[in-house]
Design a protein around this ligand. Structure first.
Ligand code: OSB
Ligand code: MG
Length: 371
């Protein structure tokens, strides 16, 4: 596919409610929409870093820099055959996986549109709707957390994840467990603890949690192994798994029993499929993580989550849980059985609301190939 133009929209969208994690609080979600034109088709991709380097080292600023100064010059005006070809071209750019993944997503959208197939079909997905849950940020108090959880349980979410941080962990999780004895419940620490905190966290092991997500530092795969040895509850890695190789390290070190797959974190959808396949071979269940995506990234997550080893509910909630107004014309809704339908249209299967995109755009950069 000859890539004729690439446009980057740095956008900011108001969240319906602030989202607070152990690394900070967001009221507006920033990301970068990548638009690639090729042979009469338009492909969309979403780069998911936020404004601040809290989740990992990337930000919308670093992603803009890597995109415009390194990735775009490597591919603009050239014939990119597929995702593998793209990965080969950007292989000398170290790290910056969120930046790379947004471009790979746009390429998949183009590949699907050209073939008249959805990403779900291209990936060999096995389900038309995927089980989902909701990820709740840290609330003012344990009581308000219980009220927030009740609100989403009432809407039909059959699995709830709560964010924890030092000082807001066992008490918060216990309160939700007490209010909902049978709820599928899990916690996410976003790397806020170290092995010195094991005694503090130990009571979590008695709350019948589905999993404990990323309790320790991103580069501490081995410490997660030590923690898993002391806990009955499965440890799930998010931040630590930045490539298929890291998934292998975690499996070989017995550092976790579950992996959260985010295509962005591992450098693209092609890499996410590789992590999925490796986990399937090693009998490690996976689920699809989320980064408060717009409708574009949500469509991508749903397609990925239709693969066979995504056996745990994903962090892919309905559009109205995040945004009153989105940049896609399509909105994703929660079905009565706590699932969301996988898009069936060609490529990602979403269309862009140009007016909304314009209203949310902070900065737009366009690059056109010399013909
Ligand atoms: O750790 O899973 C995470 C959002 C931003 C950054 C990191 C994470 C999250 C979430 C939200 O938990 C998941 C969602 O999109 O609903
Ligand atoms: Mg996480």
């Amino acid at each position: 596919m000859k890539l004729e133009s690439i446009t980057l929209h740095h956008i900011s969208m108001p969240l319906v409610a602030p989202f607070e994690t152990s690394f900070g609080r967001e009221t507006d979600r920033e990301c970068i929409l990548v638009i690639i034109k090729s042979e009469g088709l338009i492909g969309y991709g979403e780069c998911v870093p936020s404004r601040d380097p809290g989740y990992n080292y990337e930000t919308t600023g670093t992603a803009m820099h890597i995109l415009k100064d390194f990735i775009v010059p490597l591919i603009l005006g050239t014939d990119v055959k597929d995702a593998a070809d793209f990965q080969e071209r950007v292989s000398r750019i170290r790290g910056h996986h969120l930046a790379k993944a947004g471009v790979e997503m746009a390429l998949w959208d183009l590949l699907g549109k050209r073939a008249g197939k959805s990403l779900h079909e291209l990936f060999g997905g096995v389900r038309e709707k995927v089980e989902v849950g909701v990820s709740l940020g840290i609330q003012e108090s344990a009581q308000s957390l219980v009220r927030t959880a009740a609100h989403f349980v009432k809407q039909g979410y059959a699995r709830v994840k709560i964010k924890i941080k030092p000082g807001r962990d066992v008490e918060d999780a216990s309160a939700v467990r007490q209010a909902f004895p049978n709820l599928r419940l899990q916690v996410d620490a976003n790397s806020a603890y170290s092995l010195n905190d094991m005694q503090t966290l130990k009571p979590l092991d008695k709350l019948n949690l589905l999993l404990i997500e990323q309790p320790l530092f991103e580069d501490d795969i081995w410490d997660h192994h030590k923690m898993q040895e002391q806990f009955e509850t499965p440890i799930c890695l998010d931040e630590s798994i930045v490539s298929p190789r890291h998934a292998r390290y975690a499996i070989e070190m017995k550092a976790c029993r579950v992996i959260n797959i985010k295509a962005a974190r591992v450098g693209g959808l092609s890499q996410a499929v590789m992590v999925h396949d490796l986990c399937l071979e090693n009998k490690l269940p996976v689920w699809c993580g989320g980064m408060l995506e717009t409708g574009v990234g949500r469509a991508s997550n749903l397609a990925l989550a239709s693969l066979p080893n995504f056996v745990l509910p994903g962090d892919v909630s309905a559009s109205d849980r995040y945004y009153a107004r989105d940049i896609t014309n399509e909105r994703f809704v929660l079905n009565a059985d706590s699932t969301i339908d996988v898009p069936g249209g060609a490529g990602l299967g979403v269309t862009i609301n140009e007016k909304a995109l314009k209203d949310f755009t902070l900065l737009e950069l366009s690059f056109v190939a010399k013909s």
